[in-house]
Design a protein around this ligand. Structure first.
Ligand SMILES: NC(=O)c1ccc[n+]([C@@H]2O[C@H](COP(=O)([O-])OP(=O)(O)OC[C@H]3O[C@@H](n4cnc5c(N)ncnc54)[C@H](O)[C@@H]3O)[C@@H](O)[C@H]2O)c1
Ligand SMILES: [Zn+2]
Length: 363
């Protein structure tokens, strides 16, 4: 199956399904053979788990470059090393990159591709649930010591090959991390879909087939929004649902000490409380999603480690904050997002409510 993504300057397909890597490789063999070099960039973890599968199924010749696992690859150093490798291997404007990994490898590889010789094609081969989100939409970036994703570009991939085979080895914490973005896609697009989640008793109860169907739906939501607004001037801001407070939690706890998705799950609760106040979301909905998140094993105790003064500083530093005004993606009703200016006082009230719930749960 494939989903087309059309932006102003590009059209590409997201191919998805179980064990599709070989099929993709065969179908695209002529197109891929036109590149003078194919360079696969992956992280240590992914390569140690999936080298054999990739070597068996990706039948064209490629060069390999392995970066550190996860967030540790989104550094200036890795960026520089990959660029040096491409130059040493005599790559040209006619070479292409393949990003095999989670969002971190995808973001790094995309930014390398955007800038090597002023831009070369790249393919995303996502291996995490979270990357159903990050591999689509063309945001690429590395981190600066002063902030995450501060150096980057909008640069769309030439294709995305989402082979569900890779998901089999994902640890539970990464399943949870990715699932938070799937739940976000449900919240901003479809109340009935959200009811499927609310009916879940725990993480184990998620049926594999159902998960794959949800990933497809999530990709469609993301693709649609990116088509409407590639460069985040309007609709794309809806994708930040849960991220204003979530990013502040992530930054306060420390990147790598909490997964992106877990922080987003936490951030969606204040965003839902604000949606009850500013939109028409039924009173009590935020609490029902909070209870769901607890059943799925998200750890809200992180909040208690983050003084609100620090969270508020991070929220003010957010790329989306302008002139000290917080712009929150909220829901008019489930499935119907909008952006609203919110005062820090209001966020503080939601933060206090959330802390109470967490403390009650601990008693
Ligand atoms: N570009 C975007 O639009 C966008 C959107 C959301 C998030 N992001 C970025 O994505 C990153 C997070 O992505 P992520 O959660 O995929 O993280 P990740 O790439 O850091 O991967 C998480 C961990 O899982 C491991 N892993 C990856 N695939 C695996 C597999 N199949 N089996 C076992 N282990 C595997 C990795 O080695 C890593 O240790 C962040 O840097 C975030 O900023 C980007
Ligand atoms: Zn996110």
């Amino acid at each position: 199956m494939s989903i087309q993504v059309k932006t102003k300057d590009s059209v590409y397909n997201v191919h998805l399904g179980e064990s599709i890597l070989q099929f993709f490789c065969e179908r695209q063999a002529d197109a891929l053979a036109k590149y003078d070099h194919l360079v696969l960039i992956t992280d240590k973890n992914v390569w140690s788990l999936h080298e054999e599968y990739v070597r068996t199924n990706f039948t064209l010749p490629f060069k390999l470059y392995i970066v550190p696992n996860g967030e540790a690859c989104k550094t200036f150093e890795s960026y520089y090393q990959v660029q040096s490798f491409l130059l040493e291997e005599n790559c040209t404007r006619n070479s292409a990159l393949l990003a095999l990994g989670g969002g971190a490898v995808g973001d790094l590889t995309g930014f390398v591709a955007a800038t090597f010789m002023r831009g070369i094609p790249f393919y995303q081969i996502p291996t995490t649930i979270l990357a159903h989100d990050s591999a689509v939409g063309g945001k690429t970036a590395i981190n600066h010591p002063n902030g995450k994703n501060m150096i980057g570009a909008f640069y769309q991939p030439t294709g995305v090959i989402y082979d569900f085979h890779f998901l089999k080895t994902l640890p539970e914490a990464e399943v949870r991390s990715g699932l938070a973005e799937v739940i976000k896609h449900a919240l901003i697009s479809d109340a009935n879909w959200m009811d499927d989640f609310l009916a879940l008793p725990n993480l184990k109860a998620i049926d594999k087939k159902e998960l794959l169907r949800w990933l497809e739906k999530g990709i469609r939501v993301k693709a649609h929004i990116v088509e409407l607004d590639e460069k985040e001037q309007s609709y794309r801001k809806f994708l930040n649902f849960g991220h204003t407070y979530g990013h502040a939690i992530e930054a306060t706890i420390g990147y790598g000490k909490i997964t992106h998705g877990e922080a987003v799950m936490i951030g969606m609760i204040p965003a839902l409380m604000l949606s009850e106040l500013h939109g028409n979301v039924t009173a009590g909905y935020a609490k029902s999603v909070y209870d769901l998140a607890n059943r799925l094993g998200y750890n809200f105790k992180h909040v208690l480690q983050c003084p609100f003064e620090i969270l508020s500083k991070f929220m003010l530093k957010d790329k989306k904050t302008t002139n000290g005004e917080l712009h929150f993606a909220l829901l008019q009703k489930i499935g119907d997002p909008f952006v609203q200016k919110i005062s820090m006082e209001e966020v503080k009230k939601c933060d206090e409510q959330l802390r109470e719930w967490v403390k009650e749960g601990n008693e």
